[in-house]
Design a protein around this ligand. Structure first.
Ligand code: AHM
Ligand code: MG
Length: 335
């Protein structure tokens, strides 16, 4: 039984047997992400010292090259997952192609692949605003023991076995699902342990926050424009409040706790929106549905979209169930 003072390590062990494909492999994988996230967190927390310890591209006092944090995070996650020999392939928003991992054990038995956005919203770092890591886990569909193929990565979001994010915010939190609800763990930086602080998180069915980059308003499809006007109307429990951090993980996290909707629609500037189906939308959609929320491209459930390429972009509408349903109504009405 989950209790609030449980550590993430204890939680993983306790819940391992309830996971239907349990072999310990997924637990080890989540453990690796937890570890890499701590290291990345340490680095992200020092971002404000950049003028003192040197910026990206500079050489620091030890003669080491300073890296951009998104590059650093990418390397850290890939390195940890590769070194611990627990996945057979990784795709990252920071890499052009997927990475095949040659397992060191002779039978090459690893069956999971990971897709990751190592540091989402990284343009916020320079101004001390929260950023995040997003990850998604699938079972490979090609035979175990052979090199992974593109089709292992191009699975529908509905095939995910786990997904989660780390938000490097005022506290650092790791929030994840293995298909049995969503749990949030807060890092105690003094001792380096994550504690279960938010068990079984659920989106309120209705919310009063809408999150969208309204600077793009004139470029939005008519359905989104109409929905935004609906949010602003003085009626029932409206107008809603507008909150947009511009950091998906943080906007999603707030909306999940308080009730709200996040939208990155297509526009006349970006014909498929901005966000990536595999690294951003699918994992967030899995978390949303596991937390009683909903995720759509305006017409179709995100996790039902069949991916055609690794870095595919899709319009994204995600959050409290009734708000997403209402936004979809406006999209269909203006079609
Ligand atoms: P990134 O993957 O390049 O960091 O972009 C993703 C981010 C999201 O976190 C955020 O919601 C969105 O881009 C903000 O975009 P915009 O500045 O266009 O509103
Ligand atoms: Mg991103």
């Amino acid at each position: 039984m989950a209790s609030k003072n449980q550590t993430l390590g204890e939680f993983i062990i306790e819940n391992q047997s309830s996971f239907k494909y349990s072999s310990g492999e997924l637990s080890r994988l989540i453990n690796s992400i937890r570890l890499a996230a701590k290291v990345v967190n340490h680095e992200v927390n020092k971002a404000g010292l950049v003028d003192i310890i040197g910026a990206a591209g500079d050489t620091n006092i030890q003669g080491e090259n300073q890296q951009k944090l998104d590059v650093y995070a990418n390397e850290k996650f890939i390195h940890t997952l590769t070194n611990r020999n627990i996945v057979c392939g990784i795709a990252s928003e920071e890499e052009d192609d997927f990475i095949t991992i040659n397992s060191q054990d002779e039978n090459h038995q690893n069956k999971y692949i990971v897709l990751i956005d190592p540091l989402d919203g990284s343009s916020n770092i320079d101004v001390n605003v929260s950023v995040g890591t997003i990850f998604s886990v699938y079972r490979r569909i090609t035979p175990v023991g052979t090199p992974v193929k593109l089709k292992d990565f191009l699975q529908k979001g509905s095939q995910q076995v786990a997904a989660g994010y780390i938000v490097y915010g005022t506290s650092t939190m790791l929030v994840y699902t293995t298909g049995d609800g969503v749990n949030g763990f807060t890092l105690n930086p003094a001792i380096g342990s994550y504690y279960l602080s938010h068990p079984n998180i659920k989106f309120p069915e209705n919310g009063s926050i809408y999150s969208v980059n309204e600077g793009n308003y004139i470029h939005f499809p008519q359905g989104i424009k109409n929905y935004i006007k609906y949010c602003q109307k003085e009626e029932d429990n409206r107008p809603y409040t507008s909150r947009y951090i511009g950091s998906l993980v943080s906007d999603f996290h707030r909306n999940m706790i308080k009730g709200g909707i996040y939208m990155y629609p297509k526009s006349s500037k970006n014909s498929n929106g901005k966000l990536r189906l595999l690294y951003e939308c699918n994992p967030m959609a899995f978390l949303a549905e596991q937390a009683n929320g909903k995720a759509s491209d305006g017409f179709t459930r995100i996790m039902d979209i069949a991916p055609t390429e690794l870095h595919q972009r899709v319009p994204f509408i995600c959050g409290s169930k009734n708000m997403v349903i209402k936004a979809e109504e406006f999209m269909f009405a203006a079609k």
